[in-house]
Design a protein around this ligand. Sequence first.
Ligand code: ATP
Ligand code: MG
Length: 362
Amino acid sequence: MILNEIKLTDFRNYDSLSLAFHPKLNIFIGHNAQGKTNLLEAIYFLSLAKSHRTSKDRELIRFGAEDAYINGTITTANSTLPLSIGIAKGGKRAKVNHLEVAKLSQYIGHLNTVLFAPEDLNIVKGSPQVRRKFINMECGQISKVYLNHLSDYNKVLAQKNQYLKSRNVDQIMIEVLNDQLAHHASLIILKREQFISTIERHASRIHADISNGRETLNVVYNPNIKYESDNPEDLKSEISALLAESLDKEIDRGTSLVGPHRDDIGFTINDFDVQTYGSQGQQRSTALSVKLAELELIKEEVGEYPVLLLDDVLSELDEVRQAHLLTSIRNRVQTFVTTTSISDINHQIMDDMQLFEIENGK
Ligand code: ATP
Ligand code: MG
């Protein structure tokens, strides 16, 4: 998949910008605070109708403007497709092929992206919540079914927690909710298991490359519910039994204690826990390998590579890793990279690419 061009109107510090992109490698170079990340954010927004760094869309509208617009054209194996999103203070509207979609869920999935930003180190170093958000985002991007079950699960969970908090708990009502939770949980868990094992398969290979074969990376799913079944029906029964078992405790504590909302992922290198024992470099390369694994995963699911957005990673990588990252990947995946300095760029990489100098939103 290729993003051919983008047009921004009143997005962040861009009043009006039109760029045509290179099909392989695009480098955005500029001093701090000139708009490099903003540009990646715009591409990300065009993909997922949300920002990776804020949940408040209005922050994306240029100071003093009323609405922001992002227009782009993508080329996939089958077609060329115009996409556009308008962001107003009251909400956003998205169009595919000039036609407005009724729901944003119908919009997402046309342009697939993988973004690696400095804060992605938190996938390894941060709390389980960060890792759950990561799984949900990535699974959600490739599976609408997953998104639907997750959203239903969260709705029912919120309802259950309300009941648990109230003073006289209606046990029958909770059992009804538990049955729905078990249904959605079983599908969420099986998807996560499948997702994480695929991530592991690719991430270990990528990490072995990056570490020159010296390190073995493993990625493990640590589900909150220990289960045995591998089909949704049996798993649902297992979960139902566990929820029933935990009910007294949950009533006592006034909150829901069991389920995939408490899942986690673990990373090990040569069998030690990366979060606890890994060096900075190992933590960073783990996070990077996991992100790059997603490229393969999305390729398997949707048949085409997504576009890759790399924010501020070059300066952190030595030449070998940089070359591995940019030369091998750009032949398969259209890549967008930001950097503050030309000296960060390995000269072997400089051919067959497009360099964009960014200064103050121009
Ligand atoms: P760095 O190298 O420090 O990461 P960058 O080039 O990635 O810098 P960006 O985050 O893309 O910088 O852009 C930051 C600039 O955008 C800042 O000058 C900020 O004031 C400006 N900016 C952010 N939001 C808006 C907005 N809604 N309207 C106008 N300008 C904005
Ligand atoms: Mg930046």
